[in-house]
Design a protein around this ligand. Structure first.
Ligand code: MYA
Ligand code: JJ1
Length: 388
């Protein structure tokens, strides 16, 4: 059934019932000298091309490949539209490897026709902190689909990850592959309900009028929690402490240090937003929330071409109730003109989704580990990892 995935060190559907297999690596590392030295062969018309994201022209090509060929919803009404600045942020964390930004070009026209990327991360599974690659932005041009190019891209990124003596990876996908560690649902909170209905993202509920709907989703003009403010560089140490102690309670979560927090959580306009609560009395940083910006192209609509979406990222509520903290996140997202605020049912999110008027979406997100078994998988609420 899965001609490629059956050959890979991932949980196989046939092993799901076998409780005797231990947690941890599925196969041991091989000596670096045994890692294949040259790239996997591509069909003759194509060549490998290591992408330099400092190069604005390359970045524009990558942006265009993804904007036209990346992930769509099941009815092909919307397509993710990651911005160039977002792609630079997502692909250049501390200690990134340029060789893991892998393009495929047509030899003749030099046109970029496929891409896959990895970035290094430390991910903890139970009490085991593992160096992994996070694999993302796998994309094959629409005209080259179903020709088995994806397995070549995956083998090639695997080879380049192995060359760095890294043997595990984490990735997410909307499709079911062998075998998810957990399956999450997307939830959506309307901020601009009229536009969402006009573009077909949501529907007018039964017995609802447009004006009742607009009133239902109305939010205050400014955040309500005293001391709620944007995160700044000077907050990195405090936020790192908060986040590390919070993520420790999850079965699978990133192991962030201060450099990671500075990269992943310091606000960057239209890329990532982070807010915290600084106690007005003690000036202690007690709570933290964040979201990233990922617009979607609206396909086939006469009035609108994009939806501005915020995606819940990492949130830590210690003193402020999580629901109140996330309500403030919704308020600032509304002020910044986002049309919708999205969240997965990971971490403690179940605890605020319904109360804050999120509704379940039609999309799921499956989480995977490569060459790492977690017996029986985990629940979304045991997952402390958000990939972009
Ligand atoms: S998920 C986002 C993926 N991108 C999109 O959905 C964008 C739109 N779609 C496309 O561009 C193409 O349809 C893609 C497939 C490129 C997805 N993850 O070439 P094919 C398997 C893994 O004929 P195409 C993300 O970025 C499929 O089951 N495998 O198909 C994370 C079949 O194998 P098998 C996938 O449609 C990516 C084979 O590919 C996916 O032309 C993580 C068919 O190949 C998918 N999303 O191209 C990658 N979709 O026969 C894995 C299909 O066995 C990383 N397939 O069923 C693994 C870790 C690597 C590093 C390890 C380090 C140690
Ligand atoms: O955005 C998604 N679904 C939307 C739009 C559906 C359009 C028709 N298919 C949705 N809208 C309902 C919102 C409504 C608001 C008021 C309250 C009730 C709900 O459900 C979905 C997620 O739900 N998105 C996708 O399908 C995009 C792909 C998701 C898989 C991502 C793979 C990522 C790859 C990672 O590396």
């Amino acid at each position: 059934r899965h001609k490629f995935w059956e050959t890979q060190p991932v949980g196989q559907f046939r092993d799901v019932a076998d409780g005797s297999l231990p947690d941890g690596a599925i196969e041991p590392p091989t000596p670096l000298s045994e890692v294949r030295a040259d790239p996997y062969p591509l069909p003759a018309a194509f060549e490998w091309f290591t992408c330099d994201l400092d190069d604005d022209a390359l970045l524009a090509d990558l942006y265009a490949l993804l904007a036209h060929n990346y992930v769509e919803d099941d009815e092909n009404m919307f397509r993710f539209n990651y911005s160039p600045a977002f792609l630079r942020w997502a692909l250049r964390p501390p200690s990134f490897f340029r060789a893991w930004h892998i393009g495929v070009r047509a030899k003749e026209s030099k046109k970029l026709v496929a891409f896959i990327s990895g970035i290094p991360a430390r991910i903890r599974a139970r009490d085991d902190v593992v160096r992994m690659a996070e694999i993302n932005f796998l994309c094959v041009h629409k005209k080259l689909r179903s020709k088995r190019l994806a397995p070549v891209l995956i083998r090639e990124v695997t080879r380049r990850v192995h060359q760095e003596n890294i043997w595990q990876a984490a990735y997410t996908a909307g499709v079911v592959l062998p075998t998810p560690i957990t399956t999450c649902r997307y939830w959506h909170r309307s901020l601009n309900p009229k536009k969402l209905i006009d573009v077909g993202f949501s529907r007018l509920g039964p017995r609802m009028t447009m004006s009742r709907t607009v009133r239902l989703y109305k939010l205050p003009d400014a955040p309500l929690t005293p001391g709620f403010r944007q995160m700044e560089l000077r907050d990195v140490a405090a936020v790192t402490r908060l986040l590390r102690s919070y993520l420790a309670r999850y079965v699978v979560a990133p192991d962030f240090d201060e450099l990671d927090v500075e990269h992943w959580l310091l606000p960057q306009e239209d890329v990532v937003d982070s807010y915290l609560v600084e106690s007005p009395e003690t000036h202690e940083i007690t709570d933290f929330c964040s979201f990233y910006t990922l617009p979607s192209s609206v396909l086939n609509n006469a009035t609108y071409s994009t939806l501005k979406a915020a995606y819940s990222y990492y949130n830590v509520a210690v003193k402020t109730p999580l629901q109140q903290l996330m309500n403030d996140a919704l308020i600032v997202a509304k002020q910044k003109n986002y049309d919708v605020f999205n969240a997965l049912d990971v971490m403690e999110n179940e605890g605020f989704l319904k109360e804050l008027k999120f509704g379940p979406g039609d999309g799921q997100l499956h989480y995977y580990l490569y060459n790492y078994r977690i017996r029986n998988g985990i629940k979304p609420s045991e997952l402390g990892l958000v990939l972009l």
